[in-house]
Design a protein around this ligand. Structure first.
Ligand SMILES: Nc1nc2c(c(=O)[nH]1)N[C@H]1C(S)=C(S)[C@@H](COP(=O)(O)O)O[C@H]1N2
Ligand SMILES: [Mo]
Length: 299
C-alpha cells in the first residue's frame, strides 16, 4: 500500500533504471499522494533505493560478527522457527506472542527510508512493515508508561558474536513513548517485498529513520513498557560516544568523526559522499518531538 510517509521516495523508485529515467513523471505522480510528498529536501530527489544485494551484504549485526560481511556469512544460523516475543511491563495485554499474532490485523506498508549509520555510511531501503504504534495500541500501553525497551534474541550456539562476547548481549534499545508512537517508526518485517533476511534482523526489527542505525534493533524478542529511560547497548558500551537519543544531526559530531556528511553504499551512482540532513531528512515530521531540548547535550 502506498504511504504518504514515503514522501518524495515512492515504491516506483525501487525499480532501477526505467524509474530513474522517468523520475520527473514519477515525482509528478507522487505529489498526488499528499502534501507530504513535496516536502522532501531537493537533495533526496537524486536518491535511488539500494539494491537487494547491497542491503543484504553490507550489514551491522554484531551477534554474527563485527565485519560488514559477517552477518551475510553467519546469520543463516539464526533460528527463526517458533519465534516468540515477550511483551511485559506497563501494558494491559502482557504475554508471549508469536510473530503472526503481534502484527495480525495491522496494515502492512512499503516505506522507502533513508538509513544512516552512526559510522557515516548510508543506504536507501524499501522496507515492508507495520507502524510500531499499531502494535503498541494492540498491547495496551498503560498510563504512566514513558518509554519502550526492546531486546534482541540471544542464541549462543548460533551466534558467533555472542560466543566471542563482542558486546554485552542481549542487544538492547529503547525509545521515548512519543518517538515509538510516531507514524514514521516502523516494525519492519521485510525488504523489497521479501520476508526480512536473517542478516537484516529476521523476523522483525525496528526502523527509526531519523535516528542513527544502531537504534533500529534487529530480531526482537522482547518489548517492555516502562516509566524509566531503559539501558541501551551502545550507550552502555560508551556513553560519551553514543547517547540515548542518537538523532541524526550533522551539527553534532561524534567525538572521533564529523557527522556532517556520509558515504552512500553501493556501486554506480552510489558510494559517493553527500551532506547529512538534520534528522536524516525527516525534520519536518519529527523536529517538534524535541522542542526546547538541547540537542548537543541530549545527543
Ligand atoms: N541486534 C542488533 N541490532 C542491530 C545491530 C546489532 O549489532 N545487533 N546493529 C545496528 C546498527 S549499528 C546498524 S547500522 C543497523 C544495520 O542494519 P542493516 O544491517 O539492516 O543495514 O542495525 C542495527 N541493529
Ligand atoms: Mo550503525
Amino acid at each position: 500500500m502506498a504511504s504518504r510517509w514515503n514522501k518524495d521516495l515512492t515504491w516506483n523508485d525501487v525499480t532501477p533504471k526505467a524509474a530513474f529515467l522517468n523520475r520527473r513523471q514519477i515525482m509528478a505522480g507522487a505529489v498526488g499522494l499528499g502534501a507530504a510528498s513535496i516536502a522532501g529536501p531537493a537533495l533526496s530527489q537524486e536518491l535511488e533505493p539500494n539494491s537487494f544485494e547491497d542491503i543484504t551484504s553490507y550489514n551491522n549485526f554484531y551477534e554474527f560478527g563485527t565485519g560488514k560481511s559477517d552477518p551475510a556469512k553467519n546469520a543463516h544460523a539464526l533460528d527463526t522457527l517458533d519465534w516468540k516475543i515477550t511483551v511485559d511491563g506497563m501494558v494491559d495485554n502482557a504475554g508471549e506472542y508469536t510473530f503472526a499474532e503481534l502484527i495480525e490485523g495491522l496494515t502492512e506498508e512499503e516505506r522507502i527510508y533513508r538509513f544512516r549509520c552512526v559510522e557515516a555510511w548510508a543506504m536507501i531501503v524499501p522496507w515492508n512493515g507495520v507502524e510500531l504504534g499499531g502494535i503498541l495500541n494492540k498491547i495496551g500501553v498503560q498510563s504512566g508508561a514513558k518509554y519502550v525497551a526492546f531486546e534482541t534474541a540471544v542464541q549462543p550456539e548460533n551466534m558467533i558474536g555472542v560466543q566471542r562476547r563482542v558486546l554485552d548481549f542481549p542487544y538492547r534499545e529503547g525509545l521515548r513513548l512519543d518517538e515509538a508512537m510516531h507514524p514514521l517508526t516502523l516494525m519492519a518485517t521485510g525488504i523489497y517485498g521479501e520476508p526480512m533476511p536473517n542478516q537484516n534482523g529476521a523476523p522483525m526489527r525496528l526502523v527509526v529513520p531519523w535516528k542513527y542505525g544502531f537504534k533500529s534493533i534487529k530480531s526482537i524478542v522482547r518489548i517492555t513498557l516502562t516509566d524509566q529511560e531503559p539501558p541501551t547497548s551502545w550507550n552502555m558500551q560508551n556513553a560519551r560516544e553514543y547517547g540515548f537519543y542518537s538523532n541524526v544531526n550533522p551539527q553534532v559530531s561524534h567525538p572521533r568523526w564529523s557527522q556532517a556528511s556520509h558515504r552512500l553504499i553501493g556501486g554506480g551512482l552510489f558510494n559517493r559522499r553527500e551532506d547529512t540532513l538534520m534528522f536524516n531528512g525527516y525534520e519536518t515530521e519529527v523536529a517538534s518531538l524535541y522542542d526546547g531540548m538541547d540537542l548537543s547535550e541530549k545527543f
